[in-house]
Design a protein. Structure first.
Ligand code: PLP
Length: 354
């Protein structure tokens, strides 16, 4: 079904203009982006422009390197300890939900992981965080995609802060005085699957364990401008178009404001239907990207999802480990989609409210 709107958490839609531009570049024959050699001057220019635009949008300081890698954000769950532990054995992790726990489970294969703080439905004040001073780094999942919880304020920590921003990079301004490494899979807010961005303070480079695969060694990839092996050329092309689209609309502050306005509209509709909907996340910790809710009568969840489908509102099922309903409002989601969803939530509550 290609009509209607998708609110998928797994991948964000491309804005119509970007999708049309990408489709036009996918022509057959010589010069097609689908077979652009990574060794060509044209690709180098594309990569340089993509990086320059990313640096402008996020005000990335010169001492940070931008890596264009493959393997998805999940590969980084292992590559972080392999690259960053150095002579340390300890790493601290914030447990904010599903994706934190996936990162923690993988890190435990390489490091002694301690939990700095548990944020179940509410983010505790930074004073309550217990970061191990011996830790090589502290990891946080800035937006818990499955649970609908977002760390909007990132703290100043005594150890390097590493953030998985797979579901909110380019949807909020960043303060690189607080961050040492940021990574994100591109499929939600930056473009299309296959590219993972790693933005890393060069002071953290050169600590990789000797057994780290060379193509996954941050320092080696930085030295080779991410071309130690064939980089994900097509997703970099899509990211190039998407980044320029964001810039043309006023940049990341404008995206952040749109995310706040759009999520506020969804949360307001849920609050109006308080007898029908339950919001499990504390107000101050609610995500501006992935509002999650449950039906007060859990048996109505299937009915709600079915009615949404019939209204052309797709991919709203909650994460399998979490259940309920989840709305994803990535950069490429159209305002018209959000308006239609808000109208649906109000009408459903009126019709089926307790
Ligand atoms: N981290 C977060 C916060 C995510 O939302 C996801 C995917 O949904 C991942 C990591 C996994 O990304 P990938 O499938 O690119 O490995």
């Amino acid at each position: 079904n290609v009509s209607g709107f998708s609110f998928s958490a797994a991948a964000g839609p491309l804005p119509d203009e970007v999708a049309a531009d990408v489709a036009a570049a996918c022509r057959a024959g010589r010069g097609s982006v689908l077979s652009l050699p990574f060794t060509s001057p044209a690709f180098r220019a594309l990569q340089e422009e993509t990086e320059a635009c990313l640096r402008r949008l996020l005000a990335i300081p010169d001492r940070f390197r931008v890596l264009f890698l493959a393997g998805g954000a999940s590969a980084q769950f292992a590559l972080l300890p392999l690259n960053l532990l150095g002579t340390a054995r300890q790493a601290s992790y914030v447990d904010g939900g599903h994706w934190s726990r996936r990162a923690i489970a993988e890190a435990r294969r390489y490091a002694e992981v301690s939990i700095a703080v548990q944020a179940s439905g509410r983010i505790p004040d930074v004073g309550e965080w217990r970061v191990d001073p011996r830790a090589a780094y502290c990891h946080v999942t800035s937006n818990e995609t499955a649970d609908g919880l977002q760390f909007r304020e990132l703290p100043v920590l005594p150890v390097p802060l590493v953030a998985d921003m797979t579901s909110d990079l380019l949807m909020r301004p960043l303060d690189f005085a607080r961050l040492s490494l940021v990574y994100a899979g591109a499929q939600k807010t930056i473009g299309t699957p296959g590219l993972t961005l790693v933005i890393v303070d060069e002071r953290l480079l050169g600590r990789a364990r000797p057994e780290t695969p060379r193509v996954m060694d941050y320092a080696a990839q930085a030295a080779a401008d991410s071309r130690l092996c064939t980089p994900p050329v097509f997703p970099i092309f899509v990211a190039h178009r998407m980044l320029h689209w964001i810039e043309a609309r006023g940049g990341v502050a404008v995206m952040a404001e749109a995310a706040r306005r759009r999520s506020d509209a969804v949360y307001a509709a849920l609050a109006e239907g308080a007898g029908t909907y339950v919001m499990p996340v504390d107000r101050a910790s609610r995500s501006h990207v992935n509002p999650c809710f449950r039906l007060a009568d859990e048996a109505q969840t299937a009915l709600c999802l079915q009615a949404a489908e019939a209204a052309g509102l797709h991919d709203l099922r909650g994460h399998p480990d979490v259940g309920g309903v989840r709305v994803s409002l990535y950069n490429g989601v159209a305002d018209a989609a959000v308006d239609a969803l808000v109208a649906f939530l109000r009408a459903f509550a009126r019709r089926h409210g307790l």
